[in-house]
Design a protein around this ligand. Sequence first.
Ligand code: MG
Length: 381
Amino acid sequence: MKKIGILGSTGSIGKNTLKIIESNPDKFELIYITAKTQVELLIEQAKKFKPKYVVIADEDKYPLLKSKLKQLNIKVMSSYNSIIEIAGLKEVDIAVNAIVGSKGMQPSVSACKNGIDIALSNKESLVMAGDYLYSLADKSETKIFPVDSEHSAVWQCLQGEKSENIRKIILTGSGGPFLNRNIDTFKNISVKDALDHPNWLMGKKITIDSATMMNKGLEIIEAHYLFKMPQSKIEVVIHPQSIIHSMVEFNDNSVKAQLGLPDMKLPIQYALSYPERYVANWESLDLVKLKELTFFSPDTEKFPSLKLALDALKSGETYPVVLNVANEQAVYLFIENKIKFTDIPKIVEKMLNRHKPIKNAGIDTILDVENEVSNYVNSMI
Ligand code: MG
């Protein structure tokens, strides 16, 4: 039995992880679940799965959580610090980090310090603290398994391969809902338009990131750290059907691809079952029904976020922290209707331009940069 903890069990990845645990009761034991504010759903999940620990970040929700679970033998905790603490709980084999945004970084740090393997959905952890996290992970022999569908695909393609034979990683992206929209109308894009993703059903933050294509930019940085690949060996190809989840080209011109229907349960389950493969209880791929798979180059004029992410990775140091935090704050301002869709990359670019980079950043420096950028972006509005 693998002992699993879920950081962020009430979001889309968290709920899918619970479905996988439910379908494989002989393989997984759930040790803890955590949530930010969704207390009602957390209570429901706790009653159904009976984990040993339940944590809610929002301390105002603690009394309700505690009273609803008092008949059960569950330890109930509250605060963001308790989430960071439980991420390092040694009795867990794999912590699924499904927290949204930069708040996921410190729990990843905590898991890495304590040698708890991570099934990582929170790409922001690597974007903000890739070097630092791997310095901890290497010391504690912690493994970081990708949950992001593209990175899971690359990981699957790399099984049995030597890294010196890799020519490049080809990350695919659907192009999001505005792939074919005229650039002149981008300033009129509403929150509702941007939340309407053609293929994937996901949380709000990542759906907006997919619409701006910043998600693909963050994924380039994520791939750089996960697979120890220089930026020059990572390419992006637009593939609107989201069937090929990514590819790897080798030095003999062979290209391996991983295919499947767009369903996050597969990459989540693979991260938990690795090196085994467990039987799926979801729909399989019918290529004849699909008929065609198409590919295009990304348009960085329409989607400047992609180029901003590449530039941040090239510049290195604390630039990716700024990229991530400025983007996250801008996305929330857009969701609150305080800025336009086209302002998101403008804010990110402005913050990157005014940043004074810091070398070899540890956690304190990263958190300082996060605070500074977050405050500055919000003070602009
Ligand atoms: Mg992805």
